[in-house]
Ligand binder design. Structure first.
Ligand code: ATP
Ligand code: MG
Length: 510
């Protein structure tokens, strides 16, 4: 007799249905797993046998064959233990055969028969819901799976015995509750930053339109400090965005306690990050930092210190909002709609351009250092600003600074205006100016006569790329939204162009 249990294999952030078929038949004693398993799946055999033994069920002296269908789909991960074990238990009559029909099963087994947490409980639950089934998952993944909806039936047992008792009706499992991570109330606040008014303004504009931002300045001027305060002015995630973000974090096994938070992700990878860490992939395909920052911020501090290959690998996700990883026998895609924020010193000694300072290595100090950032990557950064050292007057007797909550309100207002406009244009899926298509932005950010003249002059003089031209329009649109103006004026374009010019100087130096 063949027992069947449904489970999933993860491809990107989707759970593809997999059928676990278990047959116990006379023949050579042993257990075999077939159907393109990777090493962790092949090792299931040992864990399943030990866990069943510890739960008081020993395997008969027969041949056990486990098939993971479809056979041509690669199976990665350790979450196949539980479906295999349950299939075996059903085949041996330890649990009623029909008990598992309405469930998708994922979970890893410990040798003592307890069930260990696995990554991907949320996408598995959403997949199961789509099939009209419930989910059996480890107790520690239950809170995460419960987010898939209140209608879905979720069993989250601690051990094989607890699950068997549930099916026998002797000890019924209760449904896990979704848990919320407390919004970090003590996030660093913009009010801590003395002076740096223009940098704060640029940060606000970047937050309002979801624009990429580069800060260039001498050591200790507060670049890292400014970036760390960006999350405190960004609007919270919408429910759809929250689900996408949580799916990715679930697949990466990065949802502590299954708790979800509506704060936007803020990822700060170290500059030693490898390609796999940044874009995703590795031995077992996992989302990288760019995907973990989906719908949020990827902050690259000490920008030129990253390896050029890793930086240039970001060019594609910055344009298409997804990371595509080619594997030997398949392709994996992870969403990566990121806002790139980067900080760097102008040169190796860090002081180029400071009044009264001359670099020991002359102009090469600047050109060598900045040359590590490729032109095409720089072209994708909408707002580039100089962050000079804080003046002594600002440090000693600072003017009162605006707290994050006030700035966040203006940002939220500008985002609402954008959302309403995109809905009016019949594109409700676009949420910010930076993510708007070029054809759309030309319609939405049509400048007035004065603005048009300024834009024409600047584009000619600065030799904007086509991308640069559209990005200037997008930033100008955001500036008009912050002003609550329907048309983009000369003043908005002037500011948008000034943000571009700082970078053109950088590219020229490189
Ligand atoms: N504008 C400021 N207001 C108040 N404190 C500041 C300001 N700028 C810098 N500081 C202080 O200086 C410290 C260093 O700032 P930060 O790390 O942000 O500098 P940085 O520009 O990132 O420098 P580096 O280029 O060396 O990374 C901060 O922890 C803070 O104490
Ligand atoms: Mg820093």
């Amino acid at each position: 007799m063949v027992a069947r249990v449904s489970t999933v294999a993860f491809q990107g952030i989707e759970g593809v249905p997999v059928d676990v078929q278990v047959m116990v038949a006379p023949g050579k004693v042993g257990m075999q797993i077939v159907g393109l398993p990777d090493k962790a799946v092949a090792e299931s055999r040992e864990r399943v046998q030990a866990a069943l033994h510890a739960s008081g069920l020993s395997l008969p002296a027969k041949k056990v064959t486990v098939n993971l269908a479809p056979a041509d789909l690669p199976k990665e991960g350790s979450h196949f233990d539980l479906p295999i074990a349950l299939g075996l238990m059903a085949a041996l009559g330890a649990i009623p055969g029909d008990a598992l029909v309405g469930y998708v099963v994922i979970g890893e087994l410990n040798l003592d028969g307890t069930i260990a947490a696995v990554a991907g409980a949320l996408p598995a639950a959403i997949g199961a819901n789509g099939l009209g089934k419930g989910l059996i998952c480890p107790a520690d993944s239950g809170a995460e799976a419960a987010w898939a909806g209140s209608a879905i039936d979720i069993l989250a047992p601690r051990s094989l015995i607890a699950l068997a008792n549930h099916f026998r009706g002797t000890q019924v499992l209760s449904r896990p509750e979704p848990a919320v991570r407390a919004s970090a109330a003590n996030m660093p606040d913009l009010a801590d930053i003395k002076g740096q008014e223009s940098a704060k303004r640029a940060l606000e504009v970047a937050a309002a339109g979801n624009h990429n931002l580069l800060m260039v300045g001498p050591p200790g001027s507060g670049k890292s400090m400014l970036a760390a305060r960006l999350p405190s002015i960004l609007p919270p995630l919408s429910p759809t965005e929250l689900l996408e973000v949580s799916m990715i974090h679930s697949i990466a096994g990065q949802l502590p306690g299954g708790k979800l938070s509506d704060r936007r992700p803020f990822r700060t990878p170290h500059h030693s990050a490898t390609m796999a860490a940044m874009i995703g992939g590795g031995l077992r395909a996992k989302p990288g930092e760019a995907s973990l920052a989906h719908n949020g911020v990827l902050f690259l501090d000490e920008f030129p210190e990253f390896t050029p290959q890793v930086l240039d690998a970001l060019r594609q996700p910055l344009e298409t909002a997804e990371c595509i990883i080619a594997r030997a026998n398949h392709r994996v895609t992870y969403p990566a709609a990121i806002q790139l924020v980067a900080a760097m010193n102008p040169c190796r000694c860090g002081m180029a351009g400071e009044p009264g300072h001359s670099c020991a290595r002359g102009p090469r100090c600047v050109s060598d250092y900045q040359g590590r950032i490729s032109g095409p990557l720089m072209d994708r950064i909408d707002i580039r600003i100089d962050v000079p050292s804080v003046t002594a007057a600002d440090l000693i007797r600072p003017a009162p600074a605006e707290p994050s909550a006030v700035v966040a309100r203006r940002v939220a207002r500008a985002r609402d205006i954008q959302t309403d406009r995109f809905i009016a244009f019949g594109m409700p899926q676009v949420l910010s100016n930076a993510r708007c298509s070029t054809a759309m932005i030309e319609k939405m950010a049509e400048p007035d006569a004065g603005g048009l003249q300024l834009l024409r002059d600047a584009a000619e003089k600065m030799k904007f790329s086509a991308r640069g031209y559209h990005r200037v329009l997008k930033v100008a649109r955001t500036l008009a939204d912050l002003d609550e103006k329907a048309t983009v004026g000369r003043i908005h374009l002037a500011e948008a162009i000034s943000y571009r010019i700082a970078g053109e100087r950088l590219t020229a130096a490189a």
